[in-house]
Every structure is written in C-alpha cells, then in structure tokens.
Design a protein around this ligand. Structure first.
Ligand code: NAD
Length: 310
C-alpha cells in the first residue's frame, strides 16, 4: 500500500505517518511547512519520502510521483492563531489544495480522505452535533477563512465523487490534542500546559464555562485509518464526546503538571463557540470506532512531551 499524506509534517499528520509506516506501508508526505515541522517526522525520516510543496500549487501536486492507493489530505492551518496569521493561505489550501489533491487521487485511482472539522458546524445551535446538522457559520467572521474553506473542501470532495466517481471520504475532526502540538499553537491545551510548566498565569477565555470535548491523537489516528479502510463515505464525526469546561481543564492540567500557576480570565475571542461536542453514533455504527484513551492519560503524555521539549 502506498499512501500520500498531505500535511504529514503537522501535529496529526505526523502521528498518522508513523502509524502507516509501522503497519509496513510506503508513505510520501507533501507539506509546505507553513505550520508543520521536520522534527515531527524525525523518527521515520529515513523511511518516508518528503516533498516540500504547497498543495494549492497545481503543477507542484501534479509533479508528485505516484502511484498511490490512498491520499489523506490533512494539509491546512488548524489553530486559530495560524489561520488568522495565514488567512488567504488557509482559503487557498482548503479550496485549490483540496481540488489539486483530488485530481491526483483521481489520476491514480486512489481513495481520498479529507480531514474536515467540527468548525463546519460553526457556533452550533444543536447539541451534541450529529453529521446531519448543517451548521451555524458566520461567513465573514474572523474564523470564516477556516470554516468556509473546510465547507468548500467538503463540497468539492462530494462533487468529485458525484462527477468522477472518486472513492472519497470525509471526516469531521473535533478538538484533538497530544504530543507534538506546538508551544505557540494558541489552542487551549498547549497554552495551558506551557503556562503551567513555566509557572506563568494560566489564561482562561471568558468565565471558562464554555466546553470542549478533547480527543487524544492516537484515538483520532485510529479513526482516520478505520475510515480509509471502510466503505463509508461520510461525513463522519471523529472526536471524544466527553465534555469538559475550559476552567476545569485548566485546573486539571495545572494539577497534573504539579504547577503553582494562577488561573486568570481573559476576553473571549470573537465567534468562540460556547459548546462543542460530537455525536459519534455514526462512527460507532459504520467504523466500530470510539475513543479509548482517557483524558488523564492523554494529558499526562502531552505534559511529558512538552516537558521533554523544553
Ligand atoms: P497542523 O497545523 O499541525 O498541520 C497541518 C499541516 O499541513 C502542517 O504540517 C502544514 O505545514 C501543512 N500545510 C498547511 N498548508 C499547506 C499547503 N498549502 N500545502 C502543503 N502543506 C500544508 O494541524 P493539525 O492539528 O495537525 O491538523 C491537521 C488537519 O486536521 C487539518 O486539516 C485540520 O483542519 C484538521 N483538524 C484538526 C483538528 C485538531 O484539533 N488538531 C481539529 C479539526 C480538524
């Protein structure tokens, strides 16, 4: 089996690359390193072909040497800090990048998996969110470059299935965490862990009563592989339905890191969703998948990784 992983040098992508290499597959990574890092692939660097290219560049994608049986498209800035810094890049990656990688999958007769996001649901008015919920997205808000690019990417993926019969799959990933998240990532868990380990104030947005469900990266990677191997087309939600408030999460991380940092409150970002929790009934039915790592085990592994990298 030969797989192309777009975005393979990123947080989730690098864990997926390792999983496929461990399973004995041949892996090619295409990444422009806009938010990814070569160090993420250090453990498998000699077993993987790395192509340094922007997937929004049609000629560069066309030049990637096949054949491929599977294309996983995980390329996209994913943290709000990154997509606010790279708004046009995010839109181009989610639009032209998806089209170019779909063209590649079509040319090679490969299966194609798009890593979409719970952000397609926007600030949801239905809780938890099943795949049938159509979302509540502000098309011109600061998060729209990400949300709307992903919605466009889903539409493009569905169109390639309808028009060309490409064997496509769409997963909607909910908040995922684990080792290799960047310290400057900007999302809550890396922020809290970094702040706790360095004895800084732990900054909780708003009153901290807004909730998130957090999925450990190993569980998510299992879901991506199960989806690719299944006959399901999606969209299928992948995430951990256990919900936790941001304030509880901050306190828990502080305790696990044995830190004496103070917890302080800062203004909430615009359009920050109040609640976010996946309905993963479909993933259970179609893939036999559900997350199995407790938040405590995942948080401990993440804190350990951040500690080792300091
Ligand atoms: P990440 O930023 O760590 O990884 C993204 C990777 O894509 C990076 O290596 C980056 O350099 C690469 N990339 C970005 N634009 C590119 C382009 N135009 N051409 C080539 N490479 C490009 O993010 P992540 O957290 O690993 O997320 C991976 C995927 O999963 C993303 O598509 C994201 O939208 C999706 N997702 C992640 C989460 C999460 O909680 N981590 C949640 C929902 C969806």
């Amino acid at each position: 089996m030969r797989a192309l992983i777009a975005g393979g040098a990123g947080f989730v992508g690098s864990h997926l690359v390792e999983r496929l290499v461990d399973a004995g597959h041949e892996v090619v990574v295409v990444d422009d390193f806009s938010t990814g890092r070569r160090e993420n692939l250090a453990a498998v660097a000699h077993q993987v072909t790395i192509v340094d290219a922007d997937i929004a560049d049609a000629a560069a994608v066309d030049a990637i040497e096949g054949p491929f049986d599977q294309v996983y498209n995980l390329a996209s800035p994913a943290s709000p800090v990154d997509y606010h810094r790279l708004p046009i890049h995010t839109l181009m990656t989610g639009s032209m990048g998806v089209k170019n990688t779909l063209d590649l999958a079509h040319a090679h007769g490969a299966r194609y998996l798009l890593a979409s996001t719970s952000e397609v649901y926007g600030d949801p008015q239905v809780h938890p969110q099943p795949e049938t919920y159509l979302g509540h997205v502000n098309p011109v808000g600061p998060r729209s470059v990400y949300d709307e690019a992903k919605r466009f990417g889903e539409a493009m993926t569905a169109a390639y299935r309808r028009e060309f019969g490409v064997d496509t799959k769409i997963v909607r990933i909910f908040n995922t965490f684990g080792p290799r998240m960047r310290v400057e990532d900007g999302r809550a868990i890396p922020n809290f862990v970094h702040q706790a380990l360095t004895g800084r104030e732990i900054t909780v947005a708003g009153d901290g009563h807004q909730t998130r469900s957090i999925c450990y990266v190993d569980d998510l990677v299992g879901g991506l592989v199960a989806m690719m191997q299944s006959s399901a087309t999606g969209p299928v939600n992948l995430g951990n339905p256990e919900e936790i408030s941001m304030l509880d999460l901050a306190t828990w991380i502080r305790d696990l890191a044995e830190s004496s940092s103070q917890i302080v409150h800062v203004p909430r970002p615009v359009d920050d969703p109040q609640i976010r929790r996946p309905d993963i009934t479909l993933a259970g039915e179609l893939l036999g998948w559900s997350p199995s790592t407790t938040a405590e085990i995942g948080l401990k592994a993440t804190i350990e990784d951040f500690r080792n990298r300091r």
